[in-house]
Write a protein that binds this ligand. Structure first.
Ligand SMILES: NC(=O)c1ccc[n+]([C@@H]2O[C@H](COP(=O)([O-])OP(=O)(O)OC[C@H]3O[C@@H](n4cnc5c(N)ncnc54)[C@H](OP(=O)(O)O)[C@@H]3O)[C@@H](O)[C@H]2O)c1
Length: 268
């Protein structure tokens, strides 16, 4: 299937590593000009160079999206380089740096930090880039959620609240953009094979005296509601994003696609 993405201009936040890097690479392979962005200069440049080596149009922009200035810098660079942004993927973020984050160890300052890098990072870019999408009568906003946003555990309260807020933003904005040609959707990853997950699995395995993170992965996957018995790959999430970014998904708006191996499948 031709996703008709050739010539589209995509800004993928948090594309200096993990899921964001896979999304940027796939959109580039599908013909988009891509803005790769993160805070770490070396990682951001490395992903952009890899994409450029594949023959795609790409620019690396470094900025902290947890700040107004950083977000402005990233948006300005994207607009200056490609003349506008058609596809905004709000993927940057993640949990706080708190070790074993519980309701009772997560300081309020960590809540604010998590909110800034997830919710406000997305909000800042939506504010800056949506008017251009409305003017041209076409655009895509895709937010990366988390199972924590719909099925929170007893831990990571700040992260669950931030990801739930992003879900509310997506649906509300999709309604606010009614009839404009700009759609807003969420992709919710389950357990995805990134550096962060591998660190978590290593700790989980070590606590049980296992020397193999595969054993930890297998144990966790079988203990969840997953019906596809493997850890997800960043490409699994990227495939859903590419579909939602495509003109062929014109009739899809305000949805939340779970890329979680069936882990949160439900009927309600
Ligand atoms: N991996 C999973 O299993 C999983 C599951 C559910 C949801 N998610 C979500 O998927 C998204 C990507 O996660 P990942 O696992 O791929 O994590 P990752 O490898 O740690 O990537 C996070 C990305 O966000 C960027 N970032 C973080 N804070 C930022 C800030 N203040 N300003 C600008 N960029 C910032 C990082 O940039 P630098 O490193 O350059 O600073 C990096 O590119 C996150 O929103 C996460 O919550 C992941």
């Amino acid at each position: 299937m031709d996703l008709q993405l050739t010539g589209k201009r995509a800004l993928v936040t948090g594309s200096s590593s993990g899921i964001g890097a896979a999304i940027a690479e796939l959109l580039a392979q599908e013909g988009c000009a891509v803005v790769v962005t993160g805070r770490n200069v070396e990682r951001t440049n490395k992903v952009a160079e890899h994409i450029r080596a594949g023959g795609s149009d790409v620019v690396a922009v470094v900025g902290d999206l947890a700040t107004d200035d950083g977000a402005e810098q990233v948006a300005d660079a994207a607009i200056e380089t490609f003349g506008g942004v058609d596809i905004l993927v709000n993927n940057a973020g993640g949990g706080s740096e708190v070790e074993n984050p519980s309701w009772f160890t997560t300081e309020l300052s960590a809540w604010i930090e998590t909110y800034q890098k997830n919710v406000m990072a997305a909000g800042r870019l939506i504010h800056r880039l949506t008017p251009g999408m409305k003017d041209q009568g076409w655009g895509r906003i895709i937010q990366i959620g988390s199972m924590a946003g719909t099925v929170p555990t007893s831990a990571q309260p700040d992260y669950a609240a931030a990801k739930a807020a992003m879900l509310a933003m997506s649906l509300g904005l999709s309604k606010a953009l009614k009839g404009t040609g700009v759609t807003v959707n969420t992709v919710t990853p389950g357990m995805i094979n990134t550096e962060g997950l591998r660190d978590f699995l290593a700790t989980f395995a070590a606590k049980r005296g296992w020397d193999d993170i595969e054993q930890a992965a297998d144990y966790i996957v079988k203990g969840t509601g997953q019906t596809v018995l493997r850890i997800g790959q960043p490409e699994d999430v990227a495939h859903a994003v590419a579909y939602l970014a495509s003109p062929v998904a014109d009739f899809v708006n305000g949805v939340n696609i779970h890329m979680d191996g069936g882990g949160t499948a439900n009927i309600y």
